[in-house]
Structure formats: C-alpha cells, structure tokens
Design a protein around this ligand. Structure first.
Ligand SMILES: [Zn+2]
Length: 204
C-alpha cells in the first residue's frame, strides 16, 4: 500500500487520479478526466506541469515584509514605489489579496496573516503575526489599516483583535463593509461587490 492509498505502484494512472482527487473541488470523476486528458495530450505539457508542481515550494517565497507570495524576498507590491504606503490592507490569505488586486480599488500595501483566530483549532492571538504588523504601522506614516478578513466568525474575531492591538499603537483601523457574502471568502466575491465593500469601510 502506497502513502497515497491502496493503489498498486504499477498503477500510474490510478496514482495520478488519487493525487489529483485530493485537490479542492476536484472529485474522483474530475480527477479521472484530468488524468486521461494529460495522458492523451502533449508529453511536453505533462513535463512542464510536473516541473511547475515540483518547484513550487522552492521557487515561491513569502515576502519578508508583508507575507505575500513572490519569487523574491520582497514581493512586487512591496517593491512598487507607486503603491501608497500610508494605507495597509490586512488579509487572511494570499487569494484574498489577489481578489482585492483584481477589483482595482486598492492602491496601498498589504499584510497577509496566513491564518485567522480559531481558538477551537488551537490558533490563539500569539499565533497571529501582529508584531510585524505593528512595527510596520508604527515607523512609517501609516494613516489607516483596513482589515479585510472574511466576514465569518473567525474573520470578525481576528478583525476585532487587530483593531485592539493597533488601536493601542494609535493607528486608525477600519473594517470592510458587508456586501461580501456573510461567511464567504473574499476570493469568491465578484470585483464590483469587493470594490464596494472596500469603499464602504467603517472605523472599528
Ligand atoms: Zn510584500
């Protein structure tokens, strides 16, 4: 029995299907279709896909400043001098940052937490990278920190905690307006709604 299940080692298609089926939103039927699609296509594509997957953890880094993903130590948003340093947007995950970027309504910089407060899952306040956020917000002239965590229980708890910590540091903290589906992830919210949620933000 392999680490991926009960597939025999001489069953490469079955092994590929089992691996693909572990991806989110991919059931066994889709996984089977994808596996046969790759098998029936150009071997060069399969090789390129394999290389891209194999190198993803080595080639992608977390930005030392904001936590965004990129190919360098400093991500392209932090490195862009045209971005407004006076406004920071706190997001839970990089896909949320990507969604906000696509909405085209935000020209500041980001801070990616990579997690939300979830006491039941063992994620407490000490696990959030807020020291880094406070030190970013303090020395440069940050006028506003927009908290764009999801409008879920964990997202709201995290937003309140961020507001508390930054409030003590004397930074203005705002929260995106509702309009993003309650409990919904930002990445699945359409660009217009996301833009409105940002524009309609309120102090917390
Ligand atoms: Zn960055």
């Amino acid at each position: 029995m392999s680490v991926f299940g009960s597939r025999a080692p001489d069953d490469p298609i079955g092994e590929l299907v089992a691996l693909l089926a572990r991806l989110p939103s991919v059931g066994e039927r889709t996984a089977t279709r994808l596996a046969f699609h790759v098998l029936g296509g150009d071997p060069e594509y399969a090789r390129a896909l394999g290389d891209a997957l194999m190198g993803i953890h080595e080639r992608v880094r977390r930005c030392v400043r904001c936590g965004n993903y990129g190919a360098e130590d400093i991500c392209r948003i932090c490195a862009d001098p045209r971005r407004d340093e006076r406004t920071l947007c706190v997001v839970a995950r990089v896909p949320d940052l990507v969604a906000i970027e696509k909405s085209g309504t935000f020209r500041g910089r980001y801070h990616v937490l990579h997690k939300l407060l979830a006491p039941l899952d063992g994620v407490g306040p000490e696990d959030l990278p807020l020291d880094a956020l406070v030190s970013r917000a303090a020395p440069v002239e940050v006028e506003e920190v927009i908290v764009a965590t999801p409008l879920s229980v964990e997202g709201e708890a995290t937003a309140l905690y961020v507001a508390e910590v930054l409030g003590q540091a004397g930074v203005r903290v705002t929260r995106i307006a509702s309009g993003v589906p309650h409990g919904g992830e930002l990445e699945f919210t359409d660009q217009v709604t996301l833009g409105r949620a940002l524009d309609g933000r309120k102090d917390i």
